[in-house]
Design a protein around this ligand. Structure first.
Ligand code: FES
Length: 313
């Protein structure tokens, strides 16, 4: 992963969009414009202890005077969302990377179906704005527990008008992927939200060409039933050996012992903490490594081992 320029931006506004979603507006303290971005882009937010979290830009791509992100306070937080909610106030400095787009909006389609679950609406709101500007045919399906818990809803309704369909489970309305409709070569589907939503949409779309189906996961994909066990991590170059307790990751233990390891998502999604290993029964648990690489590569943030593993460090 290449290093990214980090800018020191000022929090111009911070307010709750829903009881657990904090919306932040970020501006440069002395420049009128920020690097341009397109719908689907995200920025890295770096915390004082070096942790990095990625957030989709949810504002208007045509407005380069500010970046806007929305951060959900996660019930099971790895510390990032809690730190942001507790510390980023108006006037604070926030360390933010230039935007990068891993989920670009394809311009060539004729019809677009956007499906969001909860905080997954963040990259889709700028997409809806852009599609409206392009004069495209689109519809947004927004899934949340209730109207009060649907992030960015007022703005989404303003942008989409009658192209917005809301599905609030508390009132018994649930999104059904059959609403996406039949396959058409000029239809693109974008889905962002929990893994179960992506899985349901993927299951319905079946063998649609992958160039027409675009997705992003907004929460950990780890198996909640997995019971971590302690194991030993050996360092091939030095012979050191460390115990990785059940409640710590390989990444945690290496950092605690002075290793400087790159990492970003810490959920097994981005691939930035990839590391080689020489032996050991590795339990991979990530969504980043292709099967062909699993024989000798692992992700330090989520991979574990039975008994022991020797790392190529
Ligand atoms: S930090 Fe992203 S996969 Fe490990």
């Amino acid at each position: 992963m290449t290093a990214r320029l980090i800018m020191k931006l000022r929090v111009e506004q911070a307010h709750l969009s829903t009881p657990d979603v904090l919306r932040l507006q970020l501006v440069h303290p002395n420049r009128p414009t920020l690097p341009a971005w397109t719908a689907g882009a995200h920025v890295d937010l770096r915390m004082p202890d070096g942790r990095v979290r990625q957030y989709s830009l949810c504002g208007d791509p045509a407005d380069t005077s500010r970046y806007e992100i929305a951060v959900k306070r996660e019930a099971v937080s790895r510390g990032g969302s809690t730190w942001i909610h507790d510390n980023l106030r108006e006037g604070c400095e926030a360390h933010i990377s230039a935007p990068r787009n891993n989920l670009p909006l394809q311009e060539t389609g004729e019809r677009y179906v956007l499906v969001a679950g909860g905080i997954g609406i963040t990259p889709l709101l700028p997409m809806a704005r852009t599609l409206k500007r392009w004069g495209k045919d689109f519809i947004v399906h927004d899934c949340a527990r209730s109207e009060a818990q649907a992030p960015l809803l007022a703005e989404l309704a303003e942008v989409c008008g009658d192209r917005l369909q809301c599905w609030f489970s508390s009132s018994g309305a649930r999104f059904d992927p059959t609403m996406i409709g039949a396959y058409h070569p000029n239809t693109h589907v974008y889905v962002c939200g929990p893994q179960r939503l992506l899985d349901a949409v993927q299951a319905f779309l079946g063998d649609w060409p992958e160039e027409q189906v675009h997705g992003e996961v907004f929460q950990t994909t780890l198996d909640e039933n997995f019971k971590p066990e302690p194991f030993e991590a050996k360092i091939a170059s030095t012979g050191q050996s460390f115990l990785v307790p059940a409640d710590r990751s390989l990444l945690d233990v290496l950092r605690e012992n002075g290793f400087i390891m790159p990492a970003s998502c810490e959920m097994g999604l981005c691939g930035s903490c990839e590391c080689g290993y020489r032996d050991g029964a590795v339990l991979h648990r990530d969504k980043a490594l292709p099967t062909a690489k699993r024989q000798d590569r692992l992700m330090l943030c989520v991979s574990r081992a039975r008994v022991s593993v020797t790392l190529d460090l």
